[in-house]
Design a protein around this ligand. Structure first.
Ligand code: MG
Length: 380
């Protein structure tokens, strides 16, 4: 049987010299006795998974609002895909998979209802009151808003997990403070996030019939190469299986390119320790420079044909109307707020308490709240 110390020893012996070791963690804001069986990072990932904010991801939008269909990605399934991709990359690079999993599971906790549309409108409503950004809000959830423990607010996560969350940065996400990464584990999660959404948004777009294979082929060269490969390898394949196969090959292609480039950069920059990682002059986890233009084709295509599709725009606009309306309804008459939110308004000010409350809502709760406010015959 392995107790915590034994698992820590295994990490020290088995992980790459540049990986983060749980025994060397810089610790938690409130000191706690170490667990008998689990390392600090195992404990963090468990805390995140059991948090209220994590369960709410089930009913939060990735691209498609929850009621649009049962087979689209939600924030939760997106998060699980990020964790899966990041962990498998982490295992190849002999990094700390528990740390990777903890950062992955937490990375989108701060998203409000309706994805980026929800974030945009909350940012606008809060612009004179400290703003809103889902990355900053993720940190606020784990440091302040979760209320599961007696002796501290938040989840009291380790420094390394909080740094990983803070530095989370993708084409979509704006980090709170720019800077280099503190661990390869955090960098891996960051790019795994992009690999996950670039490929599953394409998949969902095809499934929703907002995208056509022919137009992807025309605009995205990776998709053409994958199509040619499938044609040769499996000419009789049925269309549905062909699409699934193509998405699998796309994820594989992105991961493989990233692993090769990362291995090269680790060698080229002579990375031998965590210190070397932290003082590196360039991102170490990356795609090959020559491959970036191909990724850009894919991203440009998604942005133009999916994220700006008129049906997605309708979902987005509806979401904005809903959030704006309920925010203003509360603001106008704060006696409509439940007592715990009123209490929070005393602690953080009314605007911040409203923003926290709404950001915590799932899509369906926000829509129900909207009906309760504005449908005359809806029970309140
Ligand atoms: Mg994400």
């Amino acid at each position: 049987m392995f107790n915590r110390q034994a698992i820590e020893e295994k990490e020290i012996a088995g992980l790459a010299p540049y990986a983060v070791r749980s025994r060397l963690s810089r610790g938690r804001a409130h000191s706690e006795k170490e667990h008998e069986w689990r390392t600090a990072f195992q404990r963090d990932k468990d805390r995140i998974l059991h948090s209220t904010a994590f369960r709410r991801l089930t009913y939060k939008t990735q691209v498609f609002v929850n009621y649009e269909g049962d087979h689209y990605r939600t924030r939760l399934t997106h998060t699980l895909e990020v964790a899966q991709i990041a962990r498998s990359i982490g295992r190849n690079l002999a990094l700390n998979e528990d740390l990777i999993e903890a950062i992955s599971l937490a990375h989108d906790l701060g998203h409000g209802p309706f994805g980026h549309a929800g974030e945009r409108i909350l940012a606008e409503l809060m612009k004179d009151h400290g703003g809103f950004d889902h990355n900053v809000h993720t940190l606020r959830i784990v440091e302040e808003l979760e209320e599961s423990y007696n002796s501290f607010r938040g989840l009291n996560l380790t420094y390394e997990v909080r740094e990983g969350i803070k530095k989370h940065r993708t084409a979509f996400d704006r980090p709170s403070k720019d800077g280099m990464f503190t661990s390869l584990e955090a960098e891996v999660v960051n790019l795994a996030d992009e690999i996950a959404y670039d490929s599953h948004d394409l998949d969902d777009g095809l499934r929703a019939e907002l995208l056509e294979e022919e137009e992807i082929k025309e605009a995205v060269s990776i998709w053409r190469e994958i199509g040619d490969y499938i044609q040769k390898a499996n000419p009789g394949i049925r269309p549905v299986q062909r699409k699934r196969f193509a998405i699998r090959l796309l994820v594989n292609q992105l991961v493989t390119n990233m692993l090769e480039e990362t291995t090269e950069r680790l060698a080229k920059n002579n990375i031998k320790s965590l210190d070397d990682v932290q003082s590196a002059r360039e991102p170490l986890v990356a795609f090959p420079r020559g491959f970036e233009s191909k990724r850009k084709e894919l991203k440009d295509f998604l942005s133009c044909k999916l994220y700006n599709h008129y049906r997605v725009a309708r979902m987005t606009n509806k979401a904005e109307r809903v959030i704006r309306a309920i925010f203003n309804a509360y603001l106008e008459r704060s006696d409509q707020l439940p007592p715990d939110v009123v209490k929070k308004a005393g602690m953080y000010g009314l605007h911040r308490a409203l923003c926290d409350y709404i950001a915590g809502m799932t899509d369906r709760f926000a829509l129900d709240e909207y009906s309760r406010f504005f449908e005359p015959y809806e029970r309140v």
